[in-house]
Design a protein around this ligand. Sequence first.
Ligand SMILES: [Zn+2]
Length: 255
Amino acid sequence: MYIPKKNYFLLNLEMRNRLGDLAAVSHILAEANIEILTGSFTRGTGSRPGTWQIFVQPLNATTAEEMKKLLLSCPDVLACYIKESRDGLLVDSLTFPIKISSGQRAMIMRNDVWNSMLQKTREKFGSGGDVIIYEQGNMAGRMTGKELLMALGKDKVTQQLDQIVAMYQALGWGRAKILNFVQSPLSMAIRMWDSAECMGQISDKATGHFIRGHIVGVVEEMYSIESKCVETSCLARGNQYCEFVLEEKKRTIPK
Ligand SMILES: [Zn+2]
């Protein structure tokens, strides 16, 4: 974070799992004239403490030491780590690793960085680049499919496909919607608006190879089929959205 000419702090708090713990700490900060700028909170499970990472700005001359003492005086705060900005700049070196809600380690990548990586792969390897990108997406999709099967099972996933497809939005890949779904023989169409992969691309062919591979990977793992997916509409070709049509080729023996 960079706020020119401002002095602010990053607090990484371990919180006791108690209803109202967040309110208690917010109240202490407000009473001390410390403003919360932004943050993220995760409730702990079982005996694990909750974590709260917040950027705060004191409206007075509170020091890091004073703030730490103040926060540790609250019974809801089990541990407190503080980092102070220097010349308006503060890089979060307290929160590591980043985790998604399922508890797995994750990383954040800027959309434009990923987009230019894909573009470079296409420039360098031509249609071979498309295959590489497709295979990467397919592998990612297979992992997702396996996890969904384990966590929810095929029936629940099928019943809640609209929720499952919303994961593309939750991950920042694009806003997706299932247009139709038939289970046997399996066919499905997904429309995606603002695809992170195809935005800003200009091509006479569809460019959503990673997402196309991902859809195939998820579906093949989930339903034990072989399938073919075609991107029939694409932002890169000047269409309003990307659209993926998947059809079953053959049924394989369930694993
Ligand atoms: Zn596309």
